[in-house]
Design a binder for this molecule. Structure first.
Ligand code: NAP
Length: 236
């Protein structure tokens, strides 16, 4: 039975990944800052047939990340979804002003870096042994088209963009140093979640379906790539 660990599983894409992996019979470790206050996770737990484990884990709390890794010591993980992420308190369109050249919120920028970049690094390092214990392991760093330097044609969203561009750099580096693990940066598309907002064109259920299908067919030779849900390479 394959096993996956997901960060930021309380809602949005993380919750949907948990739902779809459970439906396929995977053993799912769904981590979230406050799993007990997520209606989506409560629903999954209510229908669980022994496949779901819920664990509190804020990715910026490094001691807690280490404690969860220790709790899972000896278990293999086929997939780690470094999914927890923040665009600040507002969604894509509404959250532009606090990360603009004219009115940057520096505290929010630091917070985004802690979650999107440094937290993702900490999770990757702490769960590397669990990945290495699997046969064909995959580490997914949830990036964004907004992290592409090459495709940036409008500027804006400096905090979020810089956190995801830097996450892409981590992805490349890890893929070079960790030969036994396939490491990718994923661009899920602009999805209708709290982060994406209601204007987003992509159904999160469909994005996750496509992402998981991609993960299943992904060749290890693609380690170190920045990939969209169709399996196409995205410009760094
Ligand atoms: N939606 C899009 O259009 C889109 C596009 C490109 C990339 N992405 C990326 O996809 C990932 C998921 O985004 P989403 O759209 O599902 O966003 P979302 O609906 O806003 O969900 C974000 C998730 O991250 C969690 N989170 C935030 N800070 C955390 C922390 N410190 N520790 C642990 N969990 C934390 C949230 O938990 P709480 O409930 O506790 O706040 C929530 O579960 C993110 O990395 C995002 O950058 C999304």
């Amino acid at each position: 039975m394959p096993r996956v660990l997901i960060t930021g599983a309380s809602r949005g894409l993380g919750l949907e990944h948990a739902r779809q992996y459970l439906a396929k019979g995977w053993k799912v470790t769904a981590t979230a800052r406050r799993p007990e206050s997520s209606p989506g996770l409560a629903e999954l737990a209510a229908n669980d047939e022994g496949l779901l484990r819920l664990l509190p884990m804020d990715v910026t709390d490094h001691a807690r990340v280490e404690a969860v890794a220790e709790e899972l010591r000896g278990e293999s993980l086929d997939v780690v979804l470094n999914n927890a992420g923040s665009y600040g308190p507002k969604s894509a369109f509404q959250g532009m002003h606090y990360q603009s050249l004219e009115s940057m919120d520096y505290d929010l920028w630091r917070e985004m870096m802690e979650i999107n970049l440094i937290g993702a690094f900490k999770v990757a390092v702490c769960f590397k042994p669990h990945l290495e214990a699997a046969v064909n392991p995959l580490l997914v760093n949830m990036s964004s088209d907004l992290g592409s330097i090459g495709d940036n044609s409008i500027g804006q969203a400096y905090s979020y963009r810089s956190s995801k561009a830097a996450l892409n750099m981590l992805t490349k580096g890890m893929s070079i140093e960790w030969k036994e693990i396939t490491v990718i940066a994923m661009a899920p598309g602009w999805c209708r979640t709290d982060l994406g907002g209601p204007e987003a064109p992509v159904d999160p259920v469909e994005s996750v379906r496509m992402q998981q299908a991609l993960f299943e067919r992904l060749e290890s030779s693609r380690s170190g790539e920045f990939i969209d849900r169709f399996g196409e390479s995205v410009n760094w």
